[in-house]
Write a protein that binds this ligand. Structure first.
Ligand SMILES: Cc1ncc(COP(=O)(O)O)c(C=O)c1O
Length: 964
């Protein structure tokens, strides 16, 4: 008798795990939408001009070059081979990336927990209280440690945080007309490079000078930037410089190391107007460069200029404190080209890790780590001096700068032989950074590499470090809130993480039909490798020979994305879609300039575009001209022609999303591209919706010159509650040379540096690698078509209750559809919020609300949801329609009905008092108690406006939660 192993090692078996509908389910879906097969769907739903040819083997052109699919087990084995080609040395490189000991309870219950990593950005705060609280802890932690009033909920990395600080100061300093910004020489190289990138298109003139020693140079400046400890390790007192700047009307941003700030007076307490940095060394592995949570903190006066997401405290319908995103009117999704920045996806998961790390260690624990780190550095410095090596700075925290005339390369090689990586500053200087993982043995190896020995230190016993409890000059207290006091035992932390996760609706409990977000399966096999030390433990500037495996993986992903998109080259550096847009637009800008077309600055953007498009264009020095849409949602080609004619000489590019943000494959796409090309412009195709194209059509072949992709949508990187993301930029041959470069990486493009690390958030690329490797060409094409079939199924079923706003020729939608509530809102008086919040009572996360059309819901089911889940969602929507009809019929008033009262908490429906016209059972269990596992929202409807009027962006005192 032969048996089939439970997990067969046959290539392609994962496809059936990834796709939701089984054969019967798919047959039902196809029958409902009136097609006989997925291939027929492709022919009918797509404009024929963009369709790729499919060979007899069912593989589409381009992706037929992808390798044969592997099983889950073989994929992990193949990743293991790549991992083993990396060599994780003892990293003492520093430069913004430090080894850290991630508490296992946090790694297992946050990084490896789908409840945390599969959530989306907390747009629906009533079902996101867990991660909102964690982010508020992050904000409190950053504000406390930097000595600032408030901080945002994370930036993409330290370099981009510095750049955002620069532009924030420019907005904030209304009294200065100067375009000049002074930057100290002792900042990390990658930070300086990103500042230069961001400054140039905006007309900011960077003046680099030794601000710490020489003060602010002559002349006018709107701002200045310093970093302490500096890249050289030097700890400088910046108080005098800040005073001098303020006396001259100049605002100051300071780079702060959070660990150092536990013992050294932070720049915020010395008067800085903004503080930026990275929280990486708070428990987040270096990961060959990312992802990590950058941060930006400021004075309250600058709150409305602060870019990025900001969590604030408000109240719910019962008057209880509740968290939600604050001041959203600053953000790109509302202010578009006038936004404070283009940041959208940030680094939520990593911010959660850093905040929990701080909670777990508490103020004393962190300070103890900081003192141990410093003591190691101090012992090392003594050892070096004893060995006759000059130590350049007397004041340092964790990094010792050694002067070794002409010997730097030799010292580095000697250290590498001993398994230690150091940083070569120049031929004469080497720097050595200590961190949480440093041991006395490491120091002994380093001393040997410099030609010294442990014996050089008078008391060799010092290597088992005598921590100086008095080290540091910080006197102010920090992290005294309960959130940083209560969870010091593993039991307490475990329960805290679980309690928070239980408040959130993530993909582990329900489909999340957020249109334009592609909330699809993040398979465990894809996720497993990211915490392997061979990927997680690599410093981004580690020698090439130690990082061969991750570099092969990067090369594979680049090549596969080239195959899939039809472009010539890809850069993985951008660490979010918005950064990919920015990198792509900069490439276009450089291309025009290289041809002497300095004046081509107009970027055409359809009115339906995602807010990041307009915000990125402005950051790239472009002028946004909006192109209208027709009543059917398509780009208005006549308006486009008119705008192209009007701006022909200055036309730089069009940014168009395909399929459109209206969820439709526009038939005019080829014509649109041709009109722009004929006028000398470039075509940027926003590839955030690539999940509706993979294996069926390639943007690089149907007219695009450049696209960004969102690997955190199409290619299975989980959204992490609002990040991390990866936003590769893909370009046609003529733009290849303008792909992002990096100061510490050879062989990249000559383009501007957009992220701190050469390959961005490299440590999460195994997810995409595994997905493509397990799906293969055929599986990817099936995924795309299944997603489209499911979206059309929902459009047909829910369309019976709420009209589908836009569809293409033949009535087909792409991978998502927009449900129009405007007629009901006008006639019945319910609001789009009512519907979204009521869905939470049914156990569903609301679809995307009011984007791109106000008072609509945009639904995207993805290919990973099975028929039962799709049907349950349709049933919920049908039931909500019936509820609206009862309001319309006058059975309930507009003020008192289950929609307006939503969401209902367990507490509210079990309260002794119940004054509503509808029954409690309907409030809590609208389709009965056995319909779906009940998930109770943690709070009732939140008053957003109250929170914006009474801005509180750090942890409220516990009394706020007490019963009256
Ligand atoms: C169409 C579109 N473009 C761009 C973006 C920006 O991507 P990210 O959030 O990764 O910055 C998004 C994100 O939702 C999007 O939907």
């Amino acid at each position: 008798m032969t048996t089939t192993p439970h997990t067969a090692r046959t290539g392609g078996e994962f496809v059936a795990r990834h796709l939701g509908p089984d054969a019967d389910g798919l047959a039902h879906i196809l029958e409902t939408i009136d097609v006989s097969s997925l291939d027929e769907l492709a022919e009918r739903a797509f404009p024929s001009v963009i369709l790729d040819e499919v060979g007899p083997d069912g593989r589409a052109a381009g992706i037929d070059a992808l390798p044969e699919p592997l099983s889950e087990a073989d994929t992990l084995a193949a990743l293991r081979v790549l991992a083993d080609q990396n060599e994780v040395a003892i990293s003492m490189i520093g430069q913004g990336y430090y080894d850290t000991l991630t508490p296992a309870v946090i790694r297992r219950n946050v990084v490896e927990s789908p409840a945390w990593y599969t959530g989306y950005t907390p747009y629906q705060p009533e079902i996101s209280q867990g991660r909102l609280e964690a982010l508020l802890n992050f904000q409190t932690m950053v504000a406390d440690l930097t000595g600032m009033d408030m901080a945002n909920a994370s930036m993409l990395d330290e370099g981009t945080a510095a750049a955002e600080a620069m532009t924030m100061l420019r907005r904030a300093n209304r009294s200065s007309k100067s375009p000049r910004f002074a930057v100290d020489t002792d900042v990390f190289g990658q930070t300086a490079a990103i500042l230069a990138t961001r400054a140039e298109p905006l007309g900011i003139e960077i003046v680099t000078a030794n601000l710490i020693d020489d003060g602010l140079p002559e002349g006018d400046f709107f701002g200045a930037l310093v970093q302490t400890p500096g890249a050289s390790g030097r700890v400088a007192d910046v108080a005098g410089l800040i005073d001098q700047c303020h006396d001259r009307g100049v605002l100051v941003a300071a780079g702060v190391d959070l660990l150092a700030a536990t013992v050294l007076t932070p720049a915020g307490e010395k008067g800085a107007d903004a503080c930026f940095g990275s929280s990486q060394r708070f428990g987040v592995p270096m990961g060959f460069g990312g992802p990590h949570a950058g941060f930006l903190a400021c004075r309250t006066a600058h709150a409305r200029n602060l870019p990025g997401r900001l969590v604030g405290v408000s109240t719910d319908a019962d008057g209880r404190p509740a968290y939600r995103l604050a001041l959203q009117t600053r953000e790109q999704h509302i202010r578009r080209d006038k936004a404070t920045s283009n940041i959208c996806t940030a680094q939520v998961l990593l911010a959660v890790v850093a905040a929990m790390y701080a909670s777990y260690h508490g103020a004393e624990g962190l300070a103890a780590i900081a003192r141990r780190v410093h003591s190691h550095a101090a012992v090392l410095a003594d050892g070096l001096v004893a060995a006759g090596v000059q130590v350049v700075h007397a004041d340092f925290f964790d990094t010792v700068l050694a002067r070794v005339p002409g010997r730097a390369t030799e010292v580095l090689a000697a250290a590498a032989e001993r398994g230690v990586n150091l940083w070569k500053v120049d031929d004469d200087h080497v720097s050595v950074s200590c961190d949480e993982a440093t041991t006395g043995d490491h120091l002994a190896l380093v001393l040997e590499a410099f030609g010294g020995s442990v014996a050089d230190i008078a008391d060799a016993g010092q290597l088992e470090i005598l921590v100086d409890p008095a080290y540091g000059d910080r006197t102010s207290s920090f992290l005294q809130h309960e959130a940083f006091v209560r969870y010091r035992t593993e039991t307490a932390m475990l329960r805290y993480l679980r309690a928070l996760a239980d408040k959130d609706l993530a993909l582990d409990r329900t489909m999340i039909p957020l249109g334009s977000c592609t909330m699809k399966l993040n398979a465990t096999t894809e996720m497993e490798p990211i915490t392997w030390p061979e990927f997680a433990g690599l410093h981004p500037f580690a020698p090439v020979e130690q990082t061969r495996g991750i570099r092969r993986l990067v090369g594979d992903v680049e090549q596969w994305l080239v195959d899939i998109t039809g472009y010539a080259a890809v850069s993985l550096q951008p660490n979010a879609g918005s950064q990919g847009e920015y990198a792509g637009l900069l490439a276009i800008r450089q291309y025009h300039r290289s041809r002497g077309d300095e004046d081509r600055r107009v970027c055409l953007i359809p009115s339906s575009a995602h807010g990041t498009n307009a915000a990125s264009a402005v950051m790239a020095g472009m002028k946004v001209v909006v192109v209208g849409c027709r009543p059917n949602g398509d780009v208005d080609v006549d308006d486009l022609r008119e705008k192209v004619d009007r701006h022909a000489a200055e036309l730089s590019a069009i940014m168009i999303t395909y399929p459109s943000t209206h969820g439709v494959y526009e038939h005019d796409i080829e014509e649109i591209c041709a009109i722009v090309h004929d006028a000398g412009g470039q075509v940027y195709i926003d590839g955030a919706n690539l999940n509706a194209l993979v294996g069926v059509a390639r943007p690089g072949r149907f007219g695009g010159d450049v696209s960004h992709l969102n690997l955190h949508k199409t290619f299975c990187i989980p959204h992490g509650g609002g990040g991390p993301g990866v936003g590769p930029v893909a370009v046609a041959e003529h733009l290849r040379e303008f792909l992002p470069g990096h100061p510490y990486e050879e062989g990249l493009g000559s383009g501007a540096v957009v992220s701190a690390a050469a390959f961005g958030s490299a440590s999460i690329l195994p997810i995409t690698w595994a997905y493509v490797r397990m799906m293969g060409a055929d599986g990817l094409r099936r995924a795309t078509l299944t997603a489209i079939a499911s979206a059309n199924y929902l459009a047909r079923r829910i369309g019976q209750h709420f009209p589908v706003l836009y569809s293409g020729d033949g009535g087909w939608v792409a991978h998502e559809c927009i449900l129009d509530f405007r007629p009901l809102i006008d006639s019945v008086g319910i609001s789009i919020d009512d519907v979204a919040k009521r869905l939470a009572d049914y156990g569903f996360h609301a679809p995307t609300m009011s984007f791109p059309v106000p008072n609509t819901l945009m639904v995207e089911p993805t290919e990973s949801e099975d028929l039962a889940e799709l049907d349950a969602f349709c049933d919920a929507m049908a039931a909500i329609r019936a509820e609206i009809d009862r309001v319309a019929a006058g059975e309930w008033t507009v003020e008192d009905n289950p929609l307006r009262g939503a969401p209902h908490t367990a507490e509210s429906v079990s309260a002794d008092e119940w004054e509503h016209a509808y029954p409690r059972s309907l409030a809590g269990y609208p389709l009965g108690s056995t319909w779906r596992p009940k998930v109770w929202p943690a709070v009732r409807r939140i008053d957003g406006a109250y929170g914006d009027r009474n801005l509180v962006c750090s942890c409220p005192p516990l009394e706020a939660f007490a019963e009256d």
